[in-house]
Design a protein around this ligand. Structure first.
Ligand code: FPP
Length: 246
């Protein structure tokens, strides 16, 4: 049975989130600069997006640049921004061909002007696509997102536009960058690290976590399929007992 045939299409996760990790180590293993790892990470992004579309996953959210990544050496930050600009413009055709809508979350005002422009152009161009929403988390951290939501809610309350007693989980969610998206049911992290690293902390409350030792540049659609197969073997209980579920 092929790997795709092992997947039950009726029980796919709607939303898969990925922490793409290991680019630097991948490059180091080859005696190259870290940037070489990021460059090769682009092929992994392309193949994973195509794999998600092939499978029928509706939302794919990739951690491309964290708030903390701004503290990396200036050269690496600049190279990553350049890579983002060139990748977004080069890959827009692939997104269109695959019916993928591009979206971004994070403190986008911190991105260089050129990067923001490419991003908004591609978001606009792909806005009518419906096969899959590819969200790039850029200059993103979950604590930033949650703090920002709390700040915006506090302003509404201060101005009398929202009652403090009206604040519920559903209302709070509307102030998150991911508002309108289903929560990820599956979170994948590559490179053998078992950490969440300030990523979608609110949204992954009930996500299944999947860790693989593969370094991100080596990740391909088959690895995504393996993760989905593993996810489908798990019992998601949401705080209930097995007996209640059955
Ligand atoms: C983590 O590896 C990876 C990143 C910080 C950047 C991810 C960027 C890409 C895959 C390139 C392009 C992406 C898009 C969406 C166009 P690391 O550098 O932390 O690796 P290490 O842990 O081995 O040092």
């Amino acid at each position: 049975m092929s790997i795709l045939e092992q997947i039950d299409k009726e029980r796919l996760p709607q939303h898969v989130a990925v922490i793409m990790d290991g680019n630097g180590r991948w490059a180091k293993e080859k005696g190259k600069l870290r940037v070489f790892g990021h460059q090769n990470g682009v092929s992994a992004v392309r193949d994973t997006v195509e794999g998600a579309v092939e499978l029928g996953i509706k939302y794919l959210t990739l951690y491309a640049f964290s708030t903390e990544n701004w503290n990396r050496p200036k050269m690496e930050v600049m190279a990553l921004m350049e890579l983002l600009v060139s990748t977004i413009s080069k890959e827009t055709k692939t997104l269109m061909d695959n019916g993928v809508r591009l979206f971004a979350i994070g403190n986008l005002s911190n991105l260089p002007e050129k990067c923001r422009k490419q991003l908004y152009d591609a978001i606009k161009k792909t806005s009518g696509n419906t096969n899959c929403t590819l969200t790039l988390a850029l200059s993103y951290s979950s604590r930033w997102e949650i703090t920002e939501a709390a700040r915006r809610i506090a302003i509404k309350v201060r101005d009398g536009d929202l009652g403090a007693e009206q604040i519920t989980e559903d209302i709070f969610e509307k102030y998150l960058n991911t508002s309108g998206m289903p929560d990820p049911e599956l979170l994948i992290r590559t490179s053998g690290e078992h950490r969440i690293s300030n990523y979608l902390l609110w949204q992954i409350a009930y996500a299944e976590l999947y860790f693989t030792s593969k370094l991100w540049p080596d990740f391909r659609r088959e690895d995504l399929f393996e993760a989905v197969i593993d996810y489908q073997k798990r019992e998601r209980r949401f705080g209930l007992t097995s007996e209640q579920l059955n």
